[in-house]
Design a binder for this molecule. Structure first.
Ligand SMILES: Nc1nc2c([nH]c(=O)n2[C@@H]2O[C@H](COP(=O)(O)OP(=O)(O)OP(=O)(O)O)[C@@H](O)[C@H]2O)c(=O)[nH]1
Ligand SMILES: [Mg+2]
Length: 132
């Protein structure tokens, strides 16, 4: 049986913009733009994992987040369960602490970016609920 990787994903919104980070080439789905986040570790809640990952990766302090939806996607090499949270209450200036480019992208420009294969439903829902 394939293992399922549980991932906390943050859709970080500020006005009509969302924060994206470029995954390094050598990583799984490298060269694609991601919503910051990472694997949930043993003993952590998803919200805790998300706060930790956003502090470690993009230097943001999450004050509150809300679970939005989940999706499971089978990549050839692994299955991921993305636990997607909305983050609208945070502080700090986003920066790529692991050297990765990060960018606030207007929702109207999301179509210009390439995302991991699992992400299409996130983009659809983001535009449906927050696009205008
Ligand atoms: N963070 C993030 N991961 C995603 C997204 N979409 C998606 O398929 N994933 C997949 O989810 C998995 C978790 O990713 P990660 O590499 O961020 O995990 P992590 O921060 O804990 O990294 P680490 O393993 O180097 O400690 C990867 O296989 C990645 O390809 C997304 O939008 N954001
Ligand atoms: Mg990560």
């Amino acid at each position: 049986m394939t293992k399922v990787v549980h991932v906390a994903v943050g859709v970080i919104l500020r006005q009509q913009q969302v924060l994206l980070a470029l995954r390094p080439d050598k990583l799984h789905q490298g060269g694609r733009w991601e919503f910051p986040g990472g694997k949930v570790e043993a003993g952590e809640s998803t919200a805790q994992a998300l706060s930790r990952e956003l502090a470690e990766e993009v230097a943001l302090t999450v004050h509150s987040s809300s679970p939005w939806f989940e999706l499971t996607y089978d990549y050839p090499e692994k299955t991921v369960r993305l636990d997607i949270h909305l983050v609208q209450d945070f502080s700090g200036e986003a920066q790529g602490l692991e050297g990765q480019p990060v960018r606030w992208v207007p929702l109207s420009e999301l179509a210009q970016y390439q995302f991991p294969d699992a992400n299409q439903p996130i983009l659809d829902k983001l535009l449906a609920e927050f696009g205008r």
